[in-house]
Ligand binder design. Structure first.
Ligand SMILES: [Zn+2]
Length: 217
């Protein structure tokens, strides 16, 4: 096993364990993946295993067509959704699918998340859309998620959860947590008043920053 892949597998295990700890999933749900630099492959969490017992050697290596190249365990059933993002977005180095409470609420009611505070456009790349409902694990969900994601860093999956991406696992995990925090702000704001969106000129400037930070090399 190469040193690079070993390090990425260790990182996947570390961020995987944080998923239930940070309330982003319950039990075995959700999944994380990372692109292996310089190869047309990804490492992705396996299906049906508790994060707390997950070990680096349990993480399968899959090519961009979805064929398993290394590992005894089956990759996550959502691998098609992860692969759709890697195949379409060269700027993406890591993808995380979670079931966080407030993000799932917005996906259940079908409400996109507008830009509400300054950091949002820079981190998320614009209003977070709700991808049309499709069955979990299906090619249809992969296509719907990719369409909803566009060139941004996050999308809600209708009646399901969230899908976030970043240049590496650290960034994808931060986007996942940040999206959930902003979803909580939005849902709670709706309960006590009418949330005011950020001024247009601030959003425009911040989107330029996002574009600069997310240029595919
Ligand atoms: Zn899910």
């Amino acid at each position: 096993m190469s040193a690079v892949k070993q390090k990425l597998r260790e990182e996947l295990v570390m961020y995987g364990k944080l998923m239930p700890e940070r309330n982003l999933v319950v039990g075995k749900s959700g999944n994380l993946s990372v692109r292996v630099p310089g190869e047309n492959t990804i490492l992705i969490t396996p299906s049906m295993i508790e994060y707390q017992v997950l070990k680096p050697e349990d993480i399968p290596l899959v090519n961009l067509k979805g064929e398993v190249l290394e590992g005894k365990l089956a990759p996550s059933t959502e691998k098609v959704m992860h692969l759709a993002v890697y195949n379409a977005r060269k700027d993406v180095g890591a993808v995380i699918h979670a079931h966080p409470v407030y993000g799932t609420i917005l996906g259940v009611v079908g409400k996109p998340l507008p830009m509400l505070i300054d950091e949002m456009a820079i981190r998320l790349g614009g209003q977070v859309e709700v991808a049309e409902y499709k069955m979990a694990g299906s090619q249809d969900l992969a296509e719907s998620a990719l369409k909803g994601l566009g060139n941004r860093s996050a999308v809600f999956l209708a009646n399901h959860g969230s899908l976030c991406c970043g240049k590496d696992l650290k960034e994808a995990f931060h986007v996942t947590e940040f999206l959930e925090r902003m979803s909580q702000v939005y849902v709670t704001s709706l309960l006590i008043g009418k949330p005011k969106p950020l001024p247009e000129e601030s959003i425009k400037f911040e989107l330029e920053v996002y574009k600069y930070l997310h240029k595919a090399e």
